[in-house]
Design a protein around this ligand. Structure first.
Ligand code: WQD
Length: 332
């Protein structure tokens, strides 16, 4: 039996495939390289010394997707085939609703047709909107997303809840990621945003490398210890391991539909991040304080206890590990 990973050549998908292969799983990847590169597949093989099946297809193409289910014995599906650029989603919402929401519906319909009913979904802390409380627990209210990207995550969560209500033979894990950063320790796979990065860590890396002149820190007048925004940065390898734990739970017991925060439970400010990065790399990160970025919130970090208790998972890597890994990938 294989685990189908959509978007398996992407940032989080590729790290999860590495963990799946390391855990001795058979993996089938589909990817259309819309935001990833074919070399990633070779690198996964290099890291793990293991092979997997690959289909270069768009998961929106129902006919080709069905072929994957015809040709393989799929046990469970992990869906990483979503678009994730917040700014682009504001410019082009239909592209996001089509790829993320229609794509997920088509995937779920196909799974239903082939009686594959274990699904692990990549959601995001963005579904909490302006958080009801900090640290955020899974029962906090969701909604009030500030961009179409976030709304696609919210919609898919709702679709999954409705699907489960209609058919309780499904087992579904909704994983709400906080801020994934870092890269594999080999330096062979990592995050490669196209164009000028909009997320903090990739931007910091490009300033340190001399590619970009300086970081704009979006506001220092938030109600936080140093005035800059606080987030729960999580190492992508920790995050990937969370998926393995979620899969094991779906296999061990009839779980129903469960939601987990995948975060560290610790919040760091923008300036904490800059400082940690400078310490680890010995590079100066030049920055200036500018206006707040519209749609940003002051503080967002998780309470990760539910995942710890129910999945036996917890993030173990430190902020320094994350900086070191992001820098290591850049250098390679
Ligand atoms: C982090 C902090 C910024 C860039 C977004 C999405 C979320 C998830 C992850 C994924 C904030 C500050 C940033 C910069 C800065 N999506 N910042 N200068 O906004 O928490 O979350 O990415 O696929 O859904 O909304 O992450 O990395 O953009 O920002 O000062 O150049 O860094 O204001 O406080 P965010 P981020």
């Amino acid at each position: 039996m294989s685990i189908l990973v959509t978007g398996g050549a992407g940032y989080i998908g590729s790290h999860t495939v590495v963990e799946l292969l390391n855990a001795g799983r058979e993996v089938v990847i589909i990817d259309n390289f819309s935001n990833s590169k074919p070399e990633v597949l070779e690198r996964i093989k290099q890291i793990t010394g293991k092979d997997f099946k690959f289909y270069e297809i768009d998961y929106l193409n129902r006919k080709e997707l069905e072929k994957v289910f015809e040709e393989n014995e799929i046990e469970a599906v992990m869906n990483f085939a979503g678009y994730k650029a917040v700014g682009e989603s504001v410019q082009n919402p239909l592209k996001y609703y089509n790829n993320n929401v229609s794509g997920a519906i088509g995937l779920l319909e196909t799974m239903n047709k082939y009686n594959v009913k274990k699904f692990i979904f990549s959601s995001s802390a963005t579904v909490y909107g302006e958080p009801e409380k900090i640290p955020i627990t899974e029962d906090c209210k969701t909604g009030g997303t500030t961009n179409p990207y976030g709304t696609t995550k919210l919609f898919i969560e709702q679709i999954l809840q409705d699907l489960y209500k209609s058919d309780e033979t499904w087992d579904i894990a909704i994983l709400r990621y906080f801020n994934p950063v870092g890269a594999h320790e080999s330096g062979l796979i990592g995050e490669e945003p196209q164009g000028i990065p909009s997320n903090l860590m990739p931007y910091v890396v490009r300033v340190a490398s001399g590619d970009l002149e300086q970081l704009s820190v979006f506001g220092n007048d938030y109600d936080t210890p140093d005035g800059t925004g606080v987030r729960d940065y999580i190492h992508v390898v920790d995050l990937a391991q969370g998926h393995i734990k979620a899969l094991e739970k779906l296999e061990k017991e009839k779980t129903g539909i469960y939601t987990y925060n995948l975060g560290t439970g610790v919040g760091y400010s923008v300036l904490d991040m800059v400082k940690a990065f400078e310490e680890v790399t010995g590079k100066k990160v030049k920055y200036k304080i500018v206006e707040r970025r519209p749609g940003d919130i002051a503080i967002c970090y998780s309470n990760p206890q539910k995942a710890k208790i129910e999945l036996g998972w917890q993030a173990i890597k430190t902020l320094k590990d994350m900086c070191k890994a992001s820098w290591g990938y850049m250098q390679k």
